[in-house]
Ligand binder design. Structure first.
Ligand code: ZN
Length: 140
C-alpha cells in the first residue's frame, strides 16, 4: 500500500444546482476553489444516471443508463487530477421507488437535488496509469 500523510485544509457544504450534471458541478467547484485533492460525500436525488462498471477481465468500462427518477441514497468520491484536469471520481448507491438499489461508478446524472460535504487536503493528487489494473490510480 502506498500512502501520503495529508491534512485537511478547507471544508465545504454545498447544494447542487437543479437540472445540472452531478459530477461536473463538483469538478467546476473544484476548479473555482483550486482544490487539488479532496474527498466528498453526498446525498439527494437525480432524474437519470449513467453508471460504469469496470470489467476486470477485459479491463474496460461498460456503461449502463437509468433514465428515471432515482434517490441518491449515498454518494462518495474524491477529487484529483487526471490528464491535466480536475476529476471527481464518483461512486453512488441509487435507489428506486421500491427501495431496490443500483450502485457503481457514477459518470453522469441530472441533479434533482443534492447536498455535499467536501473536505480538501493540503496536497495535489495526480492520477497515473497503473499497469496491474489498467486504471488511472493515484500516484502517491
Ligand atoms: Zn470508479
Amino acid at each position: 500500500m502506498d500512502y501520503r500523510e495529508v491534512e485537511t485544509t478547507r471544508e465545504y457544504v454545498c447544494r447542487l444546482d437543479h437540472g445540472r450534471d452531478w459530477r461536473t458541478q463538483i469538478e467546476a467547484f473544484a476548479d473555482e476553489q483550486a482544490i487539488d485533492a479532496a474527498f466528498f460525500q453526498g446525498l439527494g436525488a437525480v432524474e437519470d444516471a449513467e453508471m460504469f462498471f469496470y470489467d476486470q477481465e477485459r479491463r474496460e468500462y461498460d456503461a449502463v443508463t437509468f433514465p428515471e427518477p432515482l434517490e441518491v441514497a449515498a454518494c462518495i468520491g474524491n477529487v484529483s487530477h487526471l490528464d491535466g484536469e480536475r476529476f471527481a471520481h464518483t461512486h453512488a448507491v441509487l435507489s428506486r421507488p421500491d427501495g431496490a438499489a443500483l450502485a457503481g461508478h457514477l459518470n453522469s446524472a441530472t441533479v434533482f437535488a443534492g447536498e455535499l460535504h467536501i473536505r480538501e487536503f493540503d496536497t495535489k493528487l495526480q492520477r497515473q496509469h497503473d499497469e496491474a489494473t489498467e486504471l488511472d490510480l493515484w500516484g502517491l
